[in-house]
Structures are given as structure tokens and as C-alpha cells.
Ligand binder design. Structure first.
Ligand code: BEZ
Length: 252
């Protein structure tokens, strides 16, 4: 599969992703000596945090570029290229932790089944990712502009899965979890610099522009910036309309 992730750019311009994840680490409440899977480890910053707390952490990511960069930054941690929907471990981890990843996984029940199976009995799953309505102001405007350029947009080009907590909790229960926490909240997220919105779109919304020439894509992004400036540009910075869901479940 084509690995479009640029790990260096990710570290340079999108480090806020793991910064927000530190709060989720507190919810995970890791205990020294536990074995924890970091699902969607990116370039490894949160896995490193866990490692420093005395956790036996394994980081996995679907992107080879991300895993390579993580391994270079943190050679003492095990990182592997692995897909969330085909986890191989069984009854192995005290916890599965996942920050800002599961909105990329469009077969959520399959992923949840693998996560459940990877946990020991009594193990916990703690995750945060984009929930219903996440970045909708941005994606609606891209959608609108694609339409104005006469470009057809197929639903499968939408890159993400943004469930409500009702939907996701129900899937968790279907695979066997007892859901102990489910929250859905706004998190307006500053994007670095004058080009913050453009960088975000170019980094993350790649598949929305499939088949669109670079020239037209640039025109569309410029229009998106112009139309959203009043809504999302405050005090000299772009602020994305993130909406997160946060869940915790126990394997009983
Ligand atoms: C998120 O963390 O919500 C997110 C990040 C990148 C693309 C889409 C959503």
C-alpha cells in the first residue's frame, strides 16, 4: 500500500498530536512493569513517555515511514509495522492505548475484536480519536469547493471514520468490552502558523483530492482558506474544529 505519511513533516508541524495525548496517558494510569500496546504510535513520542514510566511498551503503526522514524528516535523501544485491523497478539497486553489513530480505521468492529483479543482478562482499552462532527467545518468547505470545480467526490474518498459515542460504545460491547467511559467533547486545536490550515489539509486530507491536479488542489485550498478565515482564524492562528471521543473499556 502507498505510504503517504511524511514522518519528518509530521514531527515538524503536527507535534500537537502527541502533546494532547499526554492527557490520555493520565487516564490510562500506567503502572510500572505493565505491558502496553501503543496502537498507532506515529513517530513514537507517547511510547517513549510510557517507556520512561517503566512500561514495557510495544508501538505499532501501519506506516513504515512512521515506524522507521520512531525506531531511529527511540532505539530502545520495540516498534512494528502492523495494521489495527489485523493484530496478531492474543492475551498479551495489560492495556491497549491509542491516541489520534482510530478515526483512520474504517473497519472499527474488526479492530475492536483484535484489540479485545490482544488484552489479558481484566486488561483495559483506552483510546481517543476524532468523533462525530470532527473537522466538519473544514471538510464541508473542501467538499463545497470540489463541487464548485465540478469535481465528483465519492463517499469512500472521505478519509475518516468519526463515530458518536453511542455507536462506538455499542461496537465495543458487541465484541465483549464493558464500557467504563465514553465522552464526546470539543477541542478547538491551534494549527501552527499562517499556513497551518493548508499544511493540515495537505498532510491529512490527501484522499479527498484523489485525481485532482496539483494546480487545482492549490486553488481549492486557497479558496478554503479565504472562506474559512473568518470562522477559524483567531488571534493570528488557525484553529481546527476538532471533536474528540474518548473511551475506556475492560475485557471481562
Ligand atoms: C484528529 O486527530 O482528529 C485528526 C487528525 C488528522 C486528521 C483527521 C483528524
Amino acid at each position: 500500500m502507498n505510504d503517504h505519511w511524511n514522518a519528518h513533516l509530521y514531527d515538524e508541524k503536527h507535534s500537537f498530536v502527541s502533546h494532547f495525548g499526554e492527557d490520555l496517558v493520565r487516564l490510562l494510569a500506567p503502572q510500572k512493569g505493565e505491558k502496553i500496546l501503543d496502537l498507532g504510535c506515529g513517530t513514537g513520542d507517547l511510547a517513549d513517555k510510557l517507556n520512561q514510566l517503566g512500561i514495557n511498551v510495544v508501538g505499532i503503526d501501519q506506516s513504515e515511514n512512521m515506524v522507521k522514524q520512531a525506531q531511529q528516535k527511540y532505539p530502545g523501544i520495540i516498534f512494528k509495522v502492523e495494521d489495527a485491523v489485523s493484530l496478531k497478539d492474543q492475551n498479551e497486553f495489560d492495556a491497549v492505548f491509542s491516541n489520534a489513530t482510530l478515526h483512520w480505521v474504517k473497519s472499527p468492529k474488526q479492530a475492536l475484536q483484535g484489540i479485545y483479543d490482544a488484552l489479558i482478562k481484566g486488561g483495559r482499552f483506552v483510546a481517543e480519536f476524532g468523533g462525530k462532527g470532527n473537522v466538519q467545518v473544514i471538510t464541508d468547505e473542501i467538499h463545497q469547493q470540489l463541487g464548485e470545480f465540478g469535481i465528483e467526490f465519492k463517499p469512500e474518498q472521505f478519509p475518516w471514520y468519526y463515530p458518536s459515542i453511542g455507536e462506538y460504545s455499542s461496537l465495543m460491547e458487541q465484541v465483549g468490552f464493558r464500557v467504563t467511559l465514553a465522552q464526546h467533547f470539543d477541542r478547538p486545536t491551534p494549527l501552527n502558523g499562517e499556513n497551518g490550515l493548508r499544511n493540515w489539509i495537505e498532510m491529512f486530507a490527501v484522499s479527498m483530492f484523489e485525481g485532482v491536479t496539483t494546480e487545482v488542489k492549490e486553488l481549492i485550498i486557497t479558496r478554503v482558506e479565504k472562506n474559512l478565515r473568518e470562522v477559524l482564524f483567531h488571534n493570528s492562528e488557525w484553529v481546527a474544529d476538532y471533536k474528540r471521543i474518548r473511551v475506556m473499556g475492560i475485557k471481562e
